[in-house]
Design a protein around this ligand. Structure first.
Ligand SMILES: Cc1ncc(COP(=O)(O)O)c(C=O)c1O
Length: 370
């Protein structure tokens, strides 16, 4: 027992101790959620959904896994919709982005294979890589020349090589050059895995993500995204070829050994995604406020995720508390979520913000030198 107690004590001393908190205080400007399109509390959308679906009495539980009796009609509806909007052959819904990222790579990447991932990919992808039996290399963040050197040296020694990246990086907000990755995957005959968690709903004219924006939806072998962020639901999906989908259904443990998603949530995800193309104004506003925020902070605009790097844990905690006291719900992000000594505030902007919100935010930030 002492070991656990000591570890918790160490965390406290390093300013790295985490505790669950109750929901965001009312009247606070929330800059810490992933509700990028500001749909979670949209009463108009919610009422329309309830008017359409309340008669159908969709269950709040699937009560079994997809391979038993949990594969409700709402799964087929949602997966068909995803195939249709992305014009891809196959889609498979998982219970969350975490399940998808832990359940795909271990199935395809075996002992004679290599996974090469961007240094900053999300913890859920790292966990999937750890579960895979393949060898593993990392390339420096967004350094595709480095990636190419690894490919040139190692490609010939492996059966399959998987290149893995996020599109918009969750903690830095910068965007991968997917076209360049597609060119590399073609040149070196690899498979490309892209996690669009923070871009689905937000980027592209139809809200399909960075793949849409960069015109390479058809070239991504595993295109993963979650419903738990801009879509205001839960669950996730992968787009891939039909054979890969069949393979996942037969071998992916995070798909097979868990209770399926509740039909009501699947229906809600379909309901929101059906309207994704109509949320252009929200996407525009999000881009405009993000742009303005970056400009005021005097950093280059990258996306709706704006990192404000402070360095020390203590400094990040103090600045977050300062902004909270001024009515902005901002949280410090610390190691191990981000590298040591890069503790930061992560401003996660959303479509419901006004210009005056970000102007006031930056004003408060600049007023308080901690
Ligand atoms: C890049 C990335 N992928 C996957 C996930 C996990 O998605 P979910 O919340 O649906 O489990 C996250 C969540 O924070 C993420 O940032």
């Amino acid at each position: 027992m002492n070991r656990y107690k000591n570890q918790l004590q160490d965390l406290k001393e390093q300013g790295n101790y985490r505790a669950l908190r109750s929901a965001v205080p009312q009247n606070c400007v929330n800059l810490s959620s992933n509700d990028y399109l500001d749909l979670c509390a949209n009463t108009e959308l919610y009422s329309r959904f309830m008017a359409e679906y309340s008669q159908k009495m969709l269950p709040f539980s699937a009560a079994s896994s997809r391979l038993l009796t949990g594969n409700s009609a709402q799964y087929a509806e949602l997966e068909t919709l995803l195939c249709h909007i992305f014009r891809r052959e196959a889609a498979l819904v998982f219970n969350s982005g975490y399940h998808a990222n832990c359940g795909i790579l271990p199935v395809f990447a075996g002992k004679r294979d290599l996974i090469i991932a961007d240094k900053l990919v999300h913890a859920s992808i790292i966990d999937g890589i750890r579960l895979a039996q393949a060898d593993f290399e990392r390339f420096r963040h967004a350094d595709y020349a480095h990636l190419e050197r690894i490919l040139a040296e190692k490609r010939e020694h492996y059966d399959n090589v998987f290149i893995v990246t996020e599109s918009i990086f969750s903690m830095d907000g910068d965007c991968a050059d997917l076209r360049r990755l597609v060119a590399l995957k073609q040149r070196y005959e690899c498979l490309l895995y892209v996690d669009e968690a923070h871009a689905f709903g937000v980027c592209g004219a139809q809200g399909l993500g960075v793949c849409e924006e960069q015109g390479c939806i058809a070239d991504i072998d595993f295109l993963v995204a979650t419903f738990g962020k801009a879509i205001a639901s839960l669950g996730a999906f992968v787009l891939c070829c039909g054979e890969f989908r069949d393979y996942l259904i037969n071998f992916s443990r995070t798909l097979i050994f868990t209770t399926a998603l509740p039909p009501i949530n699947l229906a809600w995800a379909s309901f929101v995604i059906n309207q994704l193309a109509n949320f252009g104004e929200r996407r525009e506003n999000l881009r405009a406020v993000s742009n303005r925020c970056a400009e005021l902070l005097e950093i280059p605009y990258q996306s709706h995720i704006i990192p404000y790097i402070i360095g020390s844990n203590e400094g990040a905690i103090a600045q977050a508390e300062n902004l909270q006291s001024k009515g902005f719900f901002v949280l410090p992000i610390r190691y191990p979520t981000v590298p040591k000594n890069t503790a930061r505030l992560r401003f996660s902007l959303h479509a419901g913000l006004r210009m005056s919100d970000v102007e006031r935010l930056v004003h408060e930030l600049k007023m308080t030198k901690l």
